[in-house]
Design a protein around this ligand. Structure first.
Ligand code: NCD
Ligand code: ZN
Length: 364
């Protein structure tokens, strides 16, 4: 149903709009407490559903914790906002397969998230060895519950820029052999190795691609000085990897779909001697993806990537309703402030060429 319409003749860009089926975000960090109250609606205003990461402190490992978190998310949204948070279980070495299965069957958990221990923010309780969770993976495979993977090894001898490629070779490839029917999403891919691996794998493997990995390479971390707001995990790689991601995301291959990995941290936690990993892309996520698809001359493929391939992979219905972007210059704020909380969004201060027109969203 994607349409790119020029409403009126005249100057070439005047009135140009892009209307898409309502999209979903298949990877978000909504946080908790005061931060949740600010950031949840940044996602909910653009996306109908989102896969909510469970890396809170303590992590979401039980059905009761996921239900309570889902309630807090819904309570944080403005009245009448049509948004469905899809909850995930945080896998630990000790997690009980029966608890995971019970949550999935009750419609509380949509998927499980595998963080290798200490790979990223709040992953200290993550999995120390994938063999330890074979029983839960067995169970997930049997009930068709998706496994979402932060695909980086954590061994200190592996260079930080190689951690994804090494994970694919050492952990992911054997895991897919052990669990050939398990539905797996390799999250926030950053390398050409990941693109090739996902393309070559069977239909049970998909991948999310963030807005920021389509736009920045590792030079952004050092542009004129150290740039903490360009730092996330997996860290951005060389330009050739970004080019591979841009090609894959805009190719129309349904194995690649939208997942922003929007990961807000307070400004002072980013601008620090030990800055947190995470890029806050939710405020202009769709605008940013649209910019990339436009540059790749693939705007007609944005709807598949943003609104169709994800639900098809998860086996969920497509959304009804639409969102609209207008071809207008839009400046991303330098800083977003909410009470005591200051957040610097992705592309702060930059001018983008599509504006999300919230008032044009339709629900059915
Ligand atoms: C995420 C966070 O801050 O929770 N950070 C990030 O850089 N993406 C964790 C994660 O997804 O790795
Ligand atoms: Zn993430």
């Amino acid at each position: 149903m994607s349409e790119i319409a020029t409403a009126e003749a005249g100057t070439r860009d005047a009135g140009e709009t892009l209307t898409l089926r309502r999209p979903d975000d298949w990877h978000v960090h909504l946080r908790d407490g005061a931060m949740l109250r600010f950031v949840a609606d940044m996602t909910a205003r653009q996306f109908a559903r989102a896969i909510v990461m469970p890396n809170l402190v303590p992590p979401v490992t039980t059905v009761a914790a996921a239900e309570a978190y889902r309630e807090r998310i819904l309570a944080a949204l403005p009245e009448g906002r049509a948004f469905t948070p899809l909850m995930t279980a945080y896998l630990t070495d000790e997690i009980d397969p029966a608890e995971v299965a019970r949550g999935f069957e009750a419609g509380v958990f949509t998927a499980c998230k595998l963080y290798p221990a200490n790979a990223t923010t709040n992953s200290a309780f993550g999995v120390t060895d994938v063999r330890r969770i074979h029983p839960v993976l067995e169970r997930m495979q049997a009930i068709c519950m998706p496994l979402l993977i932060h695909g980086e090894v954590t061994s200190p001898e592996v260079d930080v820029f190689d951690r994804e490629a090494v994970f694919i070779e050492r952990i992911l490839a054997p895991l897919l052999v052990d669990f050939p029917e398990l539905k797996v999403v390799l999250e926030h891919i950053t390398t050409s190795e990941a693109v090739q691996f996902v393309e070559a794998a069977g239909p049970k493997l998909g991948a999310t691609v963030t807005a920021h990995h389509l736009r920045i390479d590792r030079n952004a971390l050092f542009a004129g000085g150290l740039r903490p707001h360009a730092y996330c995990l997996p860290v951005a790689k060389r330009r050739q990897h970004k080019e591979a991601l841009r090609k894959a995301a805009t190719s129309g291959n349904p194995k690649f779909f939208l997942g922003t990995d929007t990961a807000p941290h307070a400004r002072h936690d980013k601008e620090s001697a030990c800055g947190c990993a995470g890029i806050f892309s939710a405020p202009t996520a769709l605008e940013s993806y649209a910019q990339t698809f436009m540059e790749m001359d693939a705007l007609e493929r944005l709807e598949g990537f943003a609104s169709e391939f994800g639900p098809r992979f998860y086996g969920l219905p497509l959304n009804r309703g639409t969102v609209t972007l207008r071809r207008e210059a839009v400046k991303v704020p330098e800083l977003m402030q909410w009470g005591e909380l200051s957040l610097v969004p992705f592309q702060a201060g930059e001018t983008l060429s599509w504006r999300f027109d919230e008032s044009a969203t339709t629900l059915a």
